[in-house]
Design a protein around this ligand. Structure first.
Ligand code: NDP
Length: 445
């Protein structure tokens, strides 16, 4: 089996040189599904695995825009339309200087399986730019978004491809992007999700990824007769996902003691209260400041240039970016008694670190399952847009909770090995089978 996986990966690496995050994401899925494919020749004969790693379409385009001083800036825009077997391409846009083809292909690839797990009719895609909204004025961000959408609009549509937010793309950016789409196409449609509430957005969409991740953690703990009540939690990041993870943990009686950004992390042993969280939301979403300011305001510890995984905690919620938990961090977490890791971010844990968690038999929920609540609620936003109605906060929250329970159940079904649940295999297999079967049904496309 290992030889087959190795041979397959050699081809992937050769065809996609230099895209190391994409290789990492593919390797993880292939390790889970290869034994299943071996036993089911119909997938092998139809070369499903070879086809699933090949994007249906890759778009790459120039995004010129003018800064506040009148200078010309040029960035690169992308949209990866990875797989449409289950529905229109769906997945976020990331604006971050680290963005290149390899990052977006890994994210689009993960998205295919994640969207399949939600049970909603969505294919997988991802896009973005190497543009950095940090330090730009609102007007600069608007001009960039307008230029980006001027090209992207010809490739997307409510029945074709429906982007959303991701790192660096929040409510402000979605607003500017939607405005430009509407202006060029003269159509008010559900072409993006994460929209403002008064113009087609869904209640609970901003909260959904964080809330969903905590609901997933709750289900994982239930398998061991435990709950989140009283648990000390380390959360990384301080953006959309981290903020609403902290909020839901508070609702469920847990205590979050850390938050971070790309400069460092804060450690508040008293816990981040509702009032402190309000400060973080204002700081990050309106003032666009640094998390360090939290430490100054609430007189707690700030650690420059490090991740919070050295802090003692019961549960960890990585909610910043890919590859933020290294093997040494995983060892430290386990040594400190951490019993659960639920990923709000996409692929935040390196493969060697995943092995540490699995060998220690702690509860480890991979992002494509545990953070699927965001895209699931985007799916609910699309349904509301098509029906031209809006559900209440309680209705959407309950639908989200039920979806997370179903995702957990299907991971258990495919990942249970004796008394241990391998959520990685569970998520990969369950996600794969549905997409693969749809691809078989639809012929050689
Ligand atoms: P935001 O842009 O709102 O926040 C990102 C946070 O992570 C910021 O605090 C940022 O710090 C930090 N961060 C980003 N890159 C790095 C880095 N290279 N090193 C250290 N810190 C970093 O993004 P989201 O909260 O939306 O996304 C966070 C993660 O969750 C991503 O992995 C995303 O793919 C994933 N995700 C998001 C979903 C959503 O609905 N938004 C859905 C599913 C997954 P700084 O401000 O200093 O850059």
């Amino acid at each position: 089996m290992q030889n087959k996986i190795k041979a397959f990966m050699e081809k992937v690496i050769q065809k996609n040189p230099g895209e190391k995050e994409f290789h990492q994401a593919v390797q993880e899925v292939v390790e889970s599904v290869m034994p299943f494919i071996e036993k089911n020749p119909k997938y092998q004969d139809a070369k499903i695995l070879e086809r699933i790693v090949e994007p249906e379409r890759v778009l790459m385009f120039r995004v010129p825009w003018q800064d506040d001083k009148g200078g010309v800036q040029v960035h690169r825009g992308f949209r990866i339309e990875m797989n449409s077997a289950l529905g229109p391409y769906k997945g976020g846009l990331r604006f971050h200087p680290s963005v290149y083809l390899g990052i977006l292909k890994f994210l689009a690839f993960e998205q295919v399986f994640k969207n399949s797990l939600t049970t909603l009719p969505m294919g997988g895609g991802k896009g973005g730019s190497d543009f950095d909204p940090k330090g730009k004025s609102d007007n600069e961000v608007m001009r960039f978004c307008q230029s980006f959408m001027t090209e992207l609009q010809r490739h997307i549509g409510p029945d074709t491809d429906v982007p959303a937010g991701d790192i660096g793309v929040g409510g402000r950016e979605i607003g500017y992007l939607f405005g430009q789409y509407k202006r060029i196409r003269n159509e008010f449609t559900g072409v993006l999700t994460g929209k403002g509430l008064s113009w087609g957005g869904s209640l609970i969409r901003p909260e959904a990824t964080g809330y969903g991740c905590v609901y997933f953690a709750q289900e994982m703990l239930k398998t061991r007769g435990d709950s989140l009540k009283g648990k000390v939690c380390a959360v990384s990041g301080s953006g959309n996902v981290a903020q609403y993870t902290v909020e839901k943990l508070l609702h469920l009686g847990a205590k979050s003691v850390t938050l971070s950004d790309s400069s460092g992390y804060i450690y508040d042993p008293d816990g981040i209260s509702e009032q402190k969280l309000e400060f973080v939301m204002e700081l990050k979403n309106v003032k666009r400041g640094r998390i360090k300011e939290y430490a100054a305001k609430y007189s707690c510890k700030y650690v420059e240039g490090r991740w919070p995984w050295e802090v003692k905690c019961d549960c960890a919620f990585p909610s910043a970016t890919q590859n933020e938990i290294h093997e040494s961090d995983a060892n430290q977490l386990v040594k400190n008694g951490c019993m659960l890791v639920a990923e709000g971010a996409n692929m935040p844990t390196l493969p060697e670190a995943i092995k540490v968690f699995q060998q220690a038999k702690i509860l480890y929920g991979p992002g494509k399952a545990s953070n699927a609540g965001g895209v699931a609620t985007s799916g609910l936003e699309m349904s509301q847009n098509s029906q031209r109605l809006s559900w209440t906060k309680e209705e959407v929250d309950e639908k989200l909770r039920q979806i997370m329970i179903k995702i957990h159940d299907v991971c258990v079904k495919h990942g249970k090995k004796g008394t241990f649940i391998n959520y990685v295999d569970g998520a990969n297999l369950a996600g794969f089978i549905k997409v693969a079967d749809a691809m078989l049904d639809q012929g050689l496309v």
